[in-house]
Design a binder for this molecule. Structure first.
Ligand SMILES: [Zn+2]
Length: 177
């Protein structure tokens, strides 16, 4: 198996090689589950709204208002040839110019809190910084000091889903109805 690692193209060859090894040994899912054992409980749009507003209140003074915050099951992250931030640019595609809407792929309903935090921080940072530039990542890291680590690990998870499918959810054992 020689997977493409579409989500990891921007990372060094040494990291990609390690990930390929984990995939070949069918250990990537286990690796992620051990590192992030617990799923978050932010399962509804209402809970997501509170979760996002909390992070915003704690980190952004006089940030712009967000008119809508929701999970969106039409935002599929997988199955495309990806650049560095396809899932995010799709989200931006749904954003009205004067009104900020944050749509998070429903895929994030069943992930560890760290991954949800990362994507929420990313979207909140876009309220102030449109581009993925230095100022943008500085703001992300301010809101979540482990931002870069979580982004890498989220990308590992997306890689896992792309190769093995979401049906083989690696946290399935914990699934609560
Ligand atoms: Zn972005």
């Amino acid at each position: 198996m020689n997977p493409e690692l579409t989500y990891l193209k921007a990372y060094p060859e040494s990291i990609q090689a390690q990930v390929k090894l984990l995939i070949q040994n069918q250990k990537l899912g286990e690796f992620l589950r051990k590192k992030y054992p617990v799923l978050h409980e932010v399962r509804t749009d209402k809970a997501l709204y509170v979760y996002v507003q909390d992070i915003k209140t704690n980190n952004m003074r006089n940030g712009e208002q967000i008119s809508k915050i929701m999970y969106d099951n039409k935002l599929h992250v997988i199955s495309n040839a990806l650049g560095t931030h396809t899932y995010v640019s799709r989200i931006q595609g749904n954003k009205l110019k004067s009104k900020h809407e944050i749509r998070i792929s429903s895929l994030f309903k069943q992930v560890p809190e760290e991954f949800l935090k990362m994507i929420v921080v990313h979207e909140l940072a876009h309220l102030k910084e449109k581009d993925h530039d230095k100022a943008f990542y500085k703001l992300c890291s301010y809101m979540e000091p482990n931002y870069h680590q979580y982004e890498l690990d989220l990308r590992l998870y997306l890689t896992q889903v792309e190769i093995f499918g979401a049906g083989e959810g690696i946290w399935n054992a914990q699934k609560i109805s």
